[in-house]
Structures are given as structure tokens and as C-alpha cells.
Design a protein around this ligand. Structure first.
Ligand code: ADP
Ligand code: MG
Length: 560
């Protein structure tokens, strides 16, 4: 079956714009099937699994049929709980963002009557509410349903389970007979059948069957991580396991762009694929990834279709997919050709219910993982380094020319070895304590660079140097606020931070650094002045600019 695009569904430009703002790339199956039937004016009974995008399936046509010039209630959406009403209202608000004069209001118990009354009196076309509170407003005469063109019962089965049958019937009876009636439900029981028969007019059934799927053998893990901690969680897992080739899935184009930029700012080689990128560029990125020319591909489902990379070690669901089938397609990219693969899924908030659904759907165990602590990550790094050193030691046959000269100069062998290790692995970082769970910049040592040589900054970034180093006790947080306040940087623009003996380095987007081009600046802090200067990046004798050539120079590749 050829998948339809949102454009092909014949939607208004305002809705298409809102859909693209939401980052939806293509309609989900229930959306592709239900939207046209609803736009034709039919009554509909829609059935599809949780998380398959039913809200937009009914909300989009509901918004399209509203007349902005008419301030009476034209669409009524019934939801079983206050929580669901809020979620639906949020999505409706986003979808109406570019529709001038179309207003929606949620009406549920527990919120103030006055406020709801005020909103209703101003005039809204779309009311989203729980049956109980809607009844209250009807009884008080503050809700007039005589101009309603469409009634939607979302999660009809749950509403009946909760005992709303009578309320629902009363509400339906106070709307015009010629209205369109829409039922969405995960299951259609006998009770719902009866309700449908009594209150709708030759409804069309739109049902998305779940296909049986063969699930690949992949070690599946999930981590409960709040949205704002996801990036830190990703860094830890990648560092801990030493992953070198993976796909990271996000649900929206915007999220893909943000994450790819963040990864690059942290020194990873990463690139992106989504529907907003021109096809020629997508093909280029895809081919590079197949040749493992960069480490992490950040992508949406649509764009990553057809990617086939045998060595892929890791699939990350940075956002939980909205569809269980997408989950299976995503994780199926790893663990191919008998290789072992791992999938990591981040869940936050109510995602956990969707995940349980996916588990049932795939009949596979997705194990709960706990994130490695910063200390454990560091420990792993040290172990990896020890392994590499042991390997070289065991191979034997080492030249002692350089060592002998240093010994002659009077350095002892312990100091020499430590110096070399520091050059290799960066300064040993004391294991961080697990206390502060707010987002914080991650301090990365730079294993591939000897001290004194500064690697190419991430794209669009430049290094700045601060004359305050580790011995001053300066923290990444201090550096961030010092630069933000002292140089007038927007918040959260500071990238990679490296605290070294005697100095610190930080990456900053170059458009904010004109202020330093004429020379260093002194910034006052509570513990005295700090000099901040631009670091000339001299790979090609150029000063302070990345060359723009070779997006992922070998040099910037992290060695782990
Ligand atoms: P359901 O009501 O079927 O359980 P929802 O309408 O709550 O599912 O949608 C689940 C999630 O999927 C939501 O976060 C929603 O924003 C997202 N979503 C819906 N449609 C799309 C789409 N076409 N593309 C990407 N994400 C979508
Ligand atoms: Mg729903």
C-alpha cells in the first residue's frame, strides 16, 4: 500500500503548517484512513491500538469543519477523564495554532466554573470535556449545544466502563439530529454497538488491524528518564558501552535537528535524516552511514526507512514511537546477520503505558535498565585504557628511546608513565557524585589529543580559553554562567567544556564571539577576574575559524 501524505488528504494550509510544526512527517494508518471519511461527512467508528494517533485523526477534520465567523460550539469532544481531556485539548490547541478565529476550550471537573464559563461566553467552536462536567454546564445553561455539527466520543469503551452512559446519551440528545457522530474506541463491545446503533447514522467503520510481526532478536532495554535528562542519559550509555555505530530515533524533525546538533557539540560525529531534508542530501547521508563514516545517525522513522547496516550495534528510541509497529521496525535495524544488537528506549511520564502495550504487542520482554552513574562510566573508561596499555605491554618489543631520554633528564618512571597516560586519556576525573539531577554540561576528556593541541571545534563553534583551571575549583556550571553573563551569551549555548590544569576551554557558537575578536576580555567573578580569549584554531593555519570542509574530520572522532 502506498502511504498517503498529509497534503494528499486535502487539508487546509493552516492545518498543514500546524502538522509540520508538530513535526509529524506522514499520517499514521488510522489518520490516513479516517480523515478523508470524516471530511466527507460520514459518521465513523474508528478502532486502532493505543498510541496510533487517534487524537489527530479526529481533531484534524473537526477543526477543518469549524467556521471561524460563527462563535457557537460546533464540535464537541467527549473524553473519559480530565487527564485525557487535557491531552486532547493540548493537541487541538497546537493544531489550531494557525487557524485564526478558531478557539477550543477544555471543560472538566475540578477546574473553576467561572473560568470555564468565561471562556464559553467569549465564544468557542470546539469544546473538549468530560461528560460529568459538561452535564453540569448544560444544567446551568452555560453550554449551548444547539449548533453542534460533530460529536466525537474518544475512548468510548472507557467512558462506558466508567458509567457515563446516561450522561453521554443526554448530551447526544441535546445536539442536533443531523450532526456527525464519531466513535473512537480500542474495542467495540456489545454495549458500544448499541450506543452506536442508537445514535449514529450508517457509520463507516475504520479499523486498523495489527499485523503479526516477526521481532528480531535484540536485547531490549528501557530507561525511565525525564525529558530534560535524556541527553545526559544517552551520553552515559554510549560512553559506558563504548558504542560506535548507532541510529537514534526521534519522533519529530525538530528533535532530530536538536539532538544531532547537541551530539556534534559534544564531539561525536553525527548526522541527521528527516523528511525536511532534500532527497539528494538524504542519499548522501545514508551512503556515508552505510560506510560507517560517522558514528550516530539521528533520524525520524520515515527518513530512516530502508537503511540497512550490518554492523549497527545500537538503536535508541530517544522518543518512544507512536506506533508499536514502528518500534519493531526501529529495533529491527540492529542485531542483523546473527550479530548481537541492543536497543535502548527512553520513556518519560505516561510513555510507560505505551511501552507496556508495545511489550504485549511484540510479545517480547523489554527489560528495565538503570543508568550507569558518572562514576561507573569513568571506571569503564579507565578499564578500557588499562586494557589498551596491557595489550601493548604484552606485545612487547617496545622502543625505549624516548623513555631513556626522559629518565636521563631526571624524571622517574612513574611520572613519565602518568604523563603519557594523561596525554592519552585526559586528566583523570574523580568520579562524580550522584546528587544533582538538573541538566549539566558534561565534562569530556579528549583522549585523542595531547595537551596543548586543541582539536577542531564542532561545526559553527569556536573554542574560548579561560585562565582559570582545575586548581581554582571552577565547575562547568561556573563556566557556563560566567560566559553567559560576561559575554552576553544566550542561555544554554555553551557546548563542550574542558577544565584543565591552569586553564579551561569551552566551545561557543561563533556568531556570539565578535566581542572577543578584538582581544581578550576580563570578566569579574566572585572569586576574582577571569580572562577570556578566543583560541585560534590553527589546523590549516587559519585563525579562529573552522574550515567548513570535511564535516567530520578524522581528528574530531572520539576514540574510546
Ligand atoms: P492514541 O489516541 O491512538 O492512543 P495519540 O493520538 O495520543 O494516540 O498519539 C500518540 C502520540 O503520537 C502522540 O504523542 C502524538 O503527538 C503522536 N503522533 C500522532 N500522530 C502522529 C504522526 N502522524 N506522526 C508522528 N507522531 C504522531
Ligand atoms: Mg487517544
Amino acid at each position: 500500500m502506498n502511504k498517503k501524505t498529509f497534503e494528499e488528504l486535502g487539508l487546509s494550509p493552516e492545518i498543514l503548517k500546524a502538522i509540520s510544526d508538530l513535526g509529524f512527517e506522514e499520517p499514521s494508518p488510522i489518520q490516513a484512513s479516517a480523515i478523508p471519511v470524516l471530511l466527507e461527512g460520514h459518521d465513523v467508528v474508528g478502532q486502532s491500538q493505543t498510541g496510533s494517533g487517534k487524537t489527530a485523526a479526529f481533531a484534524i477534520p473537526a477543526i477543518e469543519i469549524c467556521q471561524a465567523a460563527d462563535r457557537s460550539v460546533q464540535v464537541l469532544i467527549l473524553c473519559p477523564t480530565r487527564e485525557l481531556a487535557t491531552q486532547v485539548a493540548d493537541e487541538v490547541h497546537k493544531l489550531t495554532a494557525h487557524k485564526r478565529g478558531i478557539h477550543a476550550v477544555p471543560i472538566y471537573g475540578g477546574a473553576s466554573y467561572e473560568r470555564q464559563f468565561f471562556e464559553l461566553k467569549k465564544g468557542v467552536q470546539i469544546v473538549i470535556g468530560t461528560p460529568g462536567r459538561l452535564m453540569d454546564h448544560m444544567d446551568r445553561g452555560t453550554l449551548d449545544l444547539s449548533h453542534v455539527k460533530m460529536v466525537i466520543l474518544d475512548e468510548a469503551d472507557r467512558m462506558l466502563d466508567m458509567g457515563f452512559r446516561e450522561d453521554i446519551e443526554k448530551i447526544l440528545l441535546s445536539t442536533p439530529d443531523e450532526r456527525q457522530t464519531v466513535f473512537f474506541s480500542a474495542t467495540v463491545s456489545k454495549q458500544i454497538r448499541e450506543l452506536i446503533e442508537r445514535h449514529s447514522n450508517t457509520p463507516k467503520s475504520v479499523k486498523i488491524e495489527q499485523r503479526e510481526l516477526t521481532v528480531p532478536t535484540v536485547e531490549q532495554w528501557y530507561y525511565e528518564v525525564p525529558q530534560r535528562m535524556k541527553f545526559e542519559a544517552l551520553l552515559r550509555l554510549v560512553d559506558f558501552h563504548g558504542f560506535k555505530l548507532g541510529i537514534i530515533f526521534c519522533n519529530t524533525q525538530r528533535m532530530v535537528d536538536e539532538l544531532a546538533d547537541d551530539l556534534i557539540a559534544q564531539g561525536f560525529s553525527a548526522d541527521r535524516l528527516h523528511g525536511g531534508i532534500a532527497q539528494a542530501q538524504r542519499t548522501r547521508v545514508m551512503n556515508k552511514f552505510k560506510k560507517a563514516e560517522f558514528e550516530f545517525l539521528v533520524a525520524t522513522d520515515v527518513a530512516a526507512r530502508g537503511i540497512d547496516v550490518d554492523e549497527l550495534e545500537l538503536v535508541v528510541n530517544y522518543d518512544l514511537p507512536y506506533d508499536a509497529e514502528d518500534y519493531v521496525h526501529r529495533i529491527g535495524r540492529t542485531g542483523r546477520a546473527g550479530r548481537k544488537g541492543m536497543s535502548v528506549t527512553f520513556v518519560s511520564g505516561r510513555d510507560i503505558y505505551k511501552l507496556q502495550f508495545i511489550e504485549r504487542f511484540t510479545r517480547m520482554k523489554i527489560r528495565r535498565g538503570t543508568l550507569p552513574t558518572a562514576g561507573e562510566v569513568e571506571e569503564r573508561r579507565v578499564e578500557g585504557l588499562l586494557d589498551r596499555i596491557r595489550e601493548v605491554l604484552n606485545r612487547g618489543n617496545l622502543s625505549t628511546r624516548v623513555t631513556d631520554r626522559l629518565l636521563e633528564e631526571g624524571f622517574n618512571s612513574t611520572d613519565i608513565a602518568s604523563a603519557v597516560i594523561e596525554m592519552l586519556a585526559g586528566p583523570e576525573v574523580a568520579p562524580e557524585k550522584e546528587k544533582d539531577h538538573s541538566p549539566k554540561p558534561t565534562v569530556r576528556s579528549q583522549p585523542d589529543l595531547p595537551a596543548g593541541n586543541i582539536r577542531q571545534p564542532a561545526r559553527g563553534m569556536l573554542w574560548v580559553r579561560l585562565n582559570a583551571g582545575r586548581e581554582t575549583g571552577i565547575t562547568p556550571r561556573d563556566i557556563m554562567s560566567l560566559l553567559e553573563e560576561g559575554l552576553g551569551l544566550p542561555r544554554r549555548t555553551v557546548g563542550l567544556i574542558d577544565i584543565l590544569p591552569g586553564e579551561s576551554l569551552a566551545q561557543v557558537p561563533k556568531q556570539f564571539l565578535d566581542i572577543l575578536r578584538t582581544g581578550a576580555r576580563e570578566i569579574d567573578t566572585n572569586s576574582g577576574p577571569v580572562m577570556v580569549s578566543l583560541v585560534p584554531y590553527n589546523a590549516k593555519g587559519k585563525s579562529g575559524e573552522d574550515t567548513g570542509k570535511g564535516k567530520f574530520p578524522k581528528k574530531a572522532k572520539r576514540e574510546r
